[in-house]
Design a binder for this molecule. Structure first.
Ligand code: SAM
Length: 301
């Protein structure tokens, strides 16, 4: 952290002297589709800051225009964030307040801003969040799946092999899973969800949230995939995928109707631990690692 602060301080020094005191970096959430979701506080901050840093200045320029505002803007997107960070910090160091917005929702949530926020904080610049819409929380709040523990995994990899590997790594995760997905990959992703997490896994898909054609699809992964495939507008729009977490081993024991410990013990009499764990994982849908540990413990007993 100290090295980061020094690097950033050096960069700012190069860009010119600081003013009386640094300004504040406001992280401003904007609507994810419905302009009425812009909070009065977000509007107030956008009208008060000297500069707006935006992922797409044309897109956010239209929001400012809608609010009757004209502001100097800095483009800050995923391809130039590292290069632009010093410029943004220089503006803050000169005493100007700056608002960071993304195309939609909360900046930094699958959107640019992480580098700027991290460096600003390392320099002791005040970073103040102006909370508001966020597609993942919006979907989760209405999905009807457990919200006490959830894991937001952003966008899954674009290539099928990477996507399946990422899902495999999450297969035994018991927290509710939340993903973002684009319209041209949603059907492939749902098919991979069925293949890796199982056709019976409960899933809720939020499409075009807060917009005119807001739709929720819910049911087993297989049923939601079939419904989306049958819907002529199904793969249009923006999607949040919410998936029920995996059952605990005890629950899956109960569901499979098998006495897992007895099965492990019987097989252990004939086969090595690794093979036993593999067979029982296939039979019960349980985690190979967890079953391996359980088989080891039984063997030691
Ligand atoms: N920063 C944003 C947020 O706070 O939610 C997310 C930006 S990310 C680049 C865009 C993705 O968010 C979309 O591909 C989609 O998965 C999801 N998303 C954004 N708006 C949405 C909406 N109105 N309905 C459903 N999903 C949405």
């Amino acid at each position: 952290m100290q090295r980061l602060a020094k690097e950033t301080a050096d960069a700012v020094k190069e860009n010119g002297p600081a003013g009386d005191g640094p300004g504040t970096l406001y992280i401003v959430a904007t609507p994810i589709g419905n302009l009425e979701d812009l909070s009065p506080r977000a509007e107030k901050v956008l009208s008060s800051v000297a500069v707006v840093a935006a992922e797409d200045t044309r897109h956010s320029g239209r929001l400012l225009q809608h609010l009757g505002l004209r502001k100097p803007m800095i483009a800050l997107h995923e391809h130039n964030e590292r290069d632009r960070v010093d410029h943004v910090l220089k503006e803050l160091q000169s005493g100007k307040d700056l608002a960071l917005v993304s195309d939609a929702g909360t900046p930094l949530i699958s959107d640019p801003g992480y580098v700027v926020v991290r460096k600003a904080r390392a320099l002791g610049i005040r970073v103040s969040p102006i909370p508001g819409p966020c597609a993942l929380v919006t979907a989760l709040s209405a999905a009807g799946l457990p919200t006490d523990r959830f894991l937001f995994a952003g966008f899954l990899p674009a290539k099928r092999s990477g996507r399946k590997a990422a899902l495999e790594a999450l297969r035994r995760e018991q927290a509710t899973l939340v993903f973002y997905e684009s319209p041209h990959r949603i059907l492939d992703t749902l098919a991979d969800l069925v293949a890796v997490l199982g056709s019976e896994r409960e899933l809720v898909l939020g499409r075009e949230l807060t917009k005119t054609f807001e739709t929720f699809y819910s049911g087993t992964a297989e049923a939601v995939l079939a419904e989306l495939q049958a819907d002529p507008h199904g793969s249009r729009g923006e999607f949040v995928v919410v998936v029920r977490g995996a059952e605990s081993l005890d629950e899956s024991d109960a569901q499979s109707g098998l006495d897992v410990d007895k099965l492990l013990a019987l097989l252990l009499a004939e086969l090595p631990v690794k093979k036993v764990a593999k067979i029982v994982a296939e039979l019960t849908g349980g985690s190979k690692n967890e079953l391996y540990q359980r088989a080891l413990a039984l063997k030691d007993r």
